[in-house]
Design a protein. Structure first.
Lengths: 117, 113
């Protein structure tokens, strides 16, 4: 099946620093990718939709200036958490529909555990 | 706003038992419903996807049903095994112009040998 990778798998940083998380589709092109956040024992919450070659679409309540998304190619989307704070500590997961169409099943990356001290 | 609820939150069963996980959603205008498995600290693995026009899907020991009008889905696991231990997530994709996945909080399943 389709494979989505994320890097890094785990990151610990100091408060106030910025952290970049990469999401790659390894064997297919993805014009659209999705970024989710999952707090312990909570649902995955969609943060934003990443669109190749255009601006990301953010969900209500998600600060676009804090969570910068760049979808520079058909296989790579990056999420940068700027000036991270302890409350940003969470599990971040990306997903992509393999055909690039939003109606298809989505394949998820393995996630990135962010801990902000 | 779509809301997805999964019951029970946690379930512990002995190996070999058949079990049912429940999922309900508030807005029946969905495009499809998907069941995922999530192992601790890992990403999601898609198990079954049911289109809004379908009633059920089967894969091996797994069977998922969908009753769109009542806003319910069940995931049936036959002859459970310790390797089935994981969190099972239900997610619905909105219809119309809203192709977003809304997830439940999941059911943590433990199958004891």
């Amino acid at each position: 099946g389709a494979v989505v990778s994320q890097h890094p798998s785990r990151v610990i940083c100091k408060s106030g620093t910025s952290v970049k998380i990469e999401c790659r589709s390894l064997d297919f092109q993805a014009t659209t990718m999705f970024w989710y956040r999952q707090f312990p024992k909570q649902s995955l919450m969609l943060m934003a939709t990443s669109n190749e070659g255009s601006k990301a679409t953010y969900e209500q309540g998600v600060e676009k200036d804090k969570f910068l998304i760049n979808h520079a190619s058909l296989t790579l989307s990056t999420l940068t958490v700027t000036s991270a704070h302890p409350e940003d500590s969470s599990f971040y997961i990306c997903s992509a529909p393999p055909s690039g169409g939003v109606t298809d099943t989505q394949y998820f990356g393995p996630g990135t555990r962010l801990t902000v001290l | 706003k779509q809301e997805v609820t999964q019951i029970p939150a946690a379930l512990s069963v002995p190996e070999g038992e058949n079990l049912v996980l429940n999922c309900s959603f508030t807005d029946s205008a969905i495009y499809n419903l998907q069941w995922f498995r999530q192992d601790p600290g890992k990403g999601l693995t898609s198990l079954l996807l049911i289109q809004s026009s379908q009633r059920e899907q089967t894969s091996g020991r797994l069977n998922a049903s969908l009753d769109k009008s009542s806003g319910r889905s069940t995931l049936y696991i036959a002859a459970s095994q310790p390797g089935d231990s994981a969190t099972y997530l239900c997610a619905v994709k909105g219809g119309g112009s809203n192709y977003k996945l809304t997830f439940g909080k999941g059911t943590l399943l433990t199958v004891n040998p």
